[in-house]
Design a protein around this ligand. Structure first.
Ligand code: NDP
Length: 275
């Protein structure tokens, strides 16, 4: 297991489970709870959630799954329409309640909306001073948004969670170098492109040569990028276990070169994509 060091000096695990789409249906709830519990039992060191997911229900599921388990690193996010000074503080308190926690390890602004960034960051600083969050950061911020945030965060933006996977390598052109220069880890969401990557013929072929599954190859590639963490989501036990297996996959320079040929890195600036 490797970790990424955040500007505060604290460490963030490079791997965890995502929870988007969890908590949206009562019919699937028990299976989703079981999947998150199982991930924690297997030793997933991080869980990513948000007040948006299932309208708070995904946080409830995470809170239930945490009972009796070793405490993972917990990431949650505030909705942009709640991200005023008082709104952020109130949203965080609601999230803590649903998660049944006293502190969120990393609290993110889900995307840049109408609220003034100054206000959101002021709320983040106050929450940090009060011990309700350990670190804070942003999500879906392109390089210009990161520049804007940099003046307001006292150098403490801990991470930027963005869409980044083999089939969406745009951040490599300027965002990832910008973040690396400042030692800010990038948290890659949708490392499987929400499952869309997994039918790709070159991915299937290279995975067979490496001796792993396509999902493991896609996740291992993200984890092979310095300063990058990732949070694949699954609600099925077998896949939760399979995805963890990516940590044991080592990619040789030849395999990385074959992946570059199949999924070329960007040659020019691409605006950050968002799901
Ligand atoms: P992922 O790339 O993680 O893919 C999830 C999909 O792939 C699900 O449909 C899942 O189905 C399927 N899947 C998972 N593992 C396997 C496997 N081994 N084989 C085949 N299929 C598999 O997409 P997400 O969009 O969920 O991204 C991951 C997490 O990132 C989210 O859950 C969320 O926490 C975060 N996120 C953040 C965003 C942001 O704006 N900040 C936006 C999007 C995501 P099943 O569950 O049935 O196994």
């Amino acid at each position: 297991m490797h970790f990424c060091k955040m500007p505060s000096g604290a460490q963030m695990p490079a791997f965890g489970i995502g929870t988007w789409r969890m908590g949206e249906s009562r019919r699937r709830r028990a299976q989703e709870l079981e999947a998150v519990k199982y991930a924690l039992e297997l030793g997933y060191p991080m869980v990513d959630t948000a007040e948006m997911y299932g309208d708070g229900e995904a946080e409830e599921i995470v809170g239930e799954a945490l009972i009796g388990q070793p405490r993972p690193f917990v990431v949650s996010k505030v909705y942009p329409h709640n991200a005023t000074l008082s709104g952020t503080i109130a949203a965080c308190e609601r999230s803590l309640k649903r998660l049944k926690l006293e502190r969120i390890d990393l609290y993110l602004l889900h995307w840049r909306g109408g609220a003034r960034l100054e206000q959101t960051f002021e709320a983040f600083h106050r929450l940090r001073d009060a011990g309700k969050i350990a670190d804070f950061g942003v999500s879906n911020f392109d390089t210009d948004d990161m520049e804007a945030a940099a003046g307001l965060d006292k150098g403490l933006t801990a991470s930027n969670q963005v869409l980044y996977c083999l089939s969406r390598r745009g951040p490599e052109y300027d965002l990832l170098p910008w973040m690396r220069q400042r030692s800010i880890p990038l948290m890659a969401y949708s490392p499987l492109d929400q499952g869309g990557l997994l039918g790709s013929a070159p991915l299937l072929k290279i995975a067979a040569e490496v001796g792993c599954t396509p999902a493991q190859l896609a996740i291992a590639w993200v984890l092979a990028q310095p300063g990058v963490a990732t949070i694949p989501k699954s609600s099925t036990r077998e896949r939760v276990k399979e995805n963890l297996g990516a940590l044991a996959v080592t990619l040789s320079p030849e395999v990385l070169a074959a992946l570059d040929r199949a999924f070329p890195p960007p040659r020019r600036k691409q605006s950050l994509e968002m799901l």
